[in-house]
Structure formats: C-alpha cells, structure tokens
Ligand binder design. Structure first.
Ligand code: RAM
Length: 350
C-alpha cells in the first residue's frame, strides 16, 4: 500500500517534470529592475540646469532635494560650467549611459536638445524639461514656472509704471537661444503694441548669456550707446543683478530704471538703495520641488501626460496636466512682484 502510494507520487512527479520540459521556456528574467523594485529603492532623478553657479538653480536644487527626501528618491544635480547646449548634451549623454531613471532639463536651446532628448526616451528614461523648455519632440512634458504671457507682459507693465510711460527702453536678456527668455520677449513685444505705450520705444535687445561679467559689460554698453535710455528690462536673475550693480557703479540708479525677473535675496540691496524699485519672480524652490514630484509620478506610472490628468505634489497640492497641440505642460503658479514693501520677507526665502 505504502509502496503503491510512493509509486503513484513518483509517477505524478515524472508527469509534472515532463510537462514542464515540454512547456515553452519561461520568460527570461528582465535585465532591468521591475518598476516596483525600482520604486522601493527610490528613483534616480537628474536635474540638468543651464549652468552651475547660478543661485536661481541652487534654489531649484533645494526644492528638488526636499521633494526627493519625501519620496525616497535621489537627485543628481548637474549643469555645464557655461550655459551652452553642447555642454548640456554631453551631460545628458553621460546620464543616459549611467541609466538614471529620469532627466529634467532647463534648456539652453529648445531644438539642439531634441536628438539627445529622443535618445533618452528611447532608452526608457523619463525625459522632461522645466523652466526653459526643450521643443515637444524632445521631451514628454514641460514644467512651466508661470504663464509665459503673464511673465512677459508684467515686465513691460512694471517698467512703464516706473518711467511714466515715456522714453527709450532696452532688454538685457540671457542667451539668444534660451527658450524661456525668448518667449517672454515675444510677449513683451506684444504688450508694447498697446497704444498706452506709444511714447515708449524698445531700442535694443542685448544678451549677457546668464554670465555675471558679460551681463555687467552689456549693461555698460547700453548706458554708452543710448544716453537717453530711461529703462532696462532684464528677464533673467543673473542679468538683473548684474545690471543693478552696473547702474550703481556708474552712478545711474534712479536715472535709468530697472525691472525684470530677480531673486529677492540678490536684489534686496538694490531695492533698498533705489537701483531697482520693483521686479518679479516665482518661487524657484517650489519649481524644483514640483519638478522632482512630476518626475516621480511619471516613473510610478501615476501620470502619463494626458490632458486633465491630476496628481498630488506634496505640500504644493494638486496639479493638472495641460495639453496644447503636441505640447504637454504643467504650470507652477502665478509670478509675484517684489518691492520695498515685501523684499525683506522674501530675501530670506530665495
Ligand atoms: C535665470 C535663468 C532662468 C530664469 C531666471 C528668471 O536664473 O535664465 O532660466 O528662469 O533667470
């Protein structure tokens, strides 16, 4: 009886073994980790900025690190020494080779980064841009700091208020290839078409490339070339601070008005000494925080880039994905104006 049982069991085992041998081979173990396994370990999210040494992007990094801590991810913060597309391409290529999970870029050029963006996406990496966009073909989604039209228009409104809607103005931008500044400048030109600005004239657009010394020299060049200049708009945190210093060194504070986009921490002294009455910005710490959250949510498959998808971004609350043609984007929030009334409070924050 006992033996029969053993035989029966052995026979069954043989049948099972034979069946297994005939069955198609099991799916080979994927060389890459399964998403759940990766999530448990935390994702590697690379933030590639326009260039290193810009306090604006250091604030972005602070926010990204804060989010990564909450989510259990790792932030790899990188950028070229000078703000060029070539420098960013080299970095992104290396990040693809390192097999990071996501790359978020503030682009020095919207089109030059498309091929490397495609390469990253082909390698299964989540590819997004923030602050300064890569063209839609080279990324899955863009995180905008605020509505681009509002940012452009508000800078013209601020300079007009300061110069009494009359006189020559100039723009001191970052690099001539940068997506965000170029878009804002287009909206400034649109705003200037309003008849209320008919006595104002945009006489020059110059580029300081988001480098302190070059921006300072370009500001000095404007003072020399346009002796009747009444105002300067600088839509870059590096440019506005360098222009304020150039105005101060030339004894021109108040004579030539200055506005644009600045960091309260860098601009506080110039607001107090009258070199810059008012400027605008959004919160760059929040921009970095939101960027890291978006990368994480995409990696976890919680958002895919469809219009109307919503997701939770920690302390910032809920956001909705917007789609305009092939452009998929998210907007952080409205820009704020900074002046003598609130500068001290914000200078401590960013
Ligand atoms: C500089 C950079 C950045 C821009 C800000 C306003 O720090 O050009 O991309 O968003 O200025």
């Amino acid at each position: 009886m006992k033996h029969r049982m053993i035989f029966a069991l052995l026979a069954m085992a043989t049948v099972v073994a034979l069946l297994a041998a005939c069955a198609p081979p099991a799916t080979p173990v994927a060389p890459q980790q399964a998403p759940a396994e990766k999530a448990a370990k935390g994702y590697k999210i690379a933030i590639v900025v326009k260039n290193l040494g810009n306090p604006f992007f250091e604030a972005v990094n602070r926010g990204a690190q804060e989010a990564a801590k909450e989510l259990g991810d790792e932030i790899i913060f990188q950028g070229p020494a000078t703000p060029t597309a070539e420098g960013q391409i080299e970095i992104i290529d290396a990040l693809i080779a390192q097999k990071v999970d996501a790359i978020a870029v503030s682009a020095n050029d919207p089109d030059a980064l498309v091929p490397v963006g495609k390469k990253a996406m082909d390698a299964g990496i989540v590819m997004i841009s923030f602050d300064s966009g890569i063209a839609p073909a080279g990324r899955q989604l863009h995180i905008s700091q605020a509505d681009m039209e509002t940012i452009g228009r508000v800078q013209v409104q601020m300079i007009a208020e300061q110069i009494g809607y009359e006189g020559q103005i100039a723009i001191l931008s970052a690099a001539s290839t940068m997506t965000n500044q170029n878009t804002w400048i287009e909206w400034m030109k649109e705003e200037l078409k309003d008849p209320k600005y008919s006595k104002m004239e945009l006489v020059a657009i110059v580029y300081g490339d988001d480098l302190r010394e070059k921006s300072y020299n370009e500001a000095q060049g404007l003072f020399k070339s346009y002796p009747d200049l009444k105002g300067i708009i600088s839509p870059t945190t590096v440019g506005i601070a360098a222009t304020a210093r150039a105005l101060q060194d030339a004894g021109l504070c108040g004579k030539i008005k200055l506005t644009g986009l600045g960091l309260p921490s860098e601009m506080a002294e110039y607001v107090k000494n009258g070199c810059c009455e008012e400027f605008a910005l959004w919160n760059p710490v929040d921009l970095g925080y939101l960027t890291a959250y978006v990368a994480h949510r995409m990696l976890a498959g919680e958002i895919t880039g469809k219009a109307g998808e919503t997701f939770e971004a920690g302390r910032l609350g809920e956001y909705t994905i917007q789609v305009d043609g092939d452009d998929v984007y998210i907007v952080l929030g409205p820009p704020f104006r900074f002046n003598a009334e609130n500068i001290d409070e914000w200078a401590k924050v960013y």
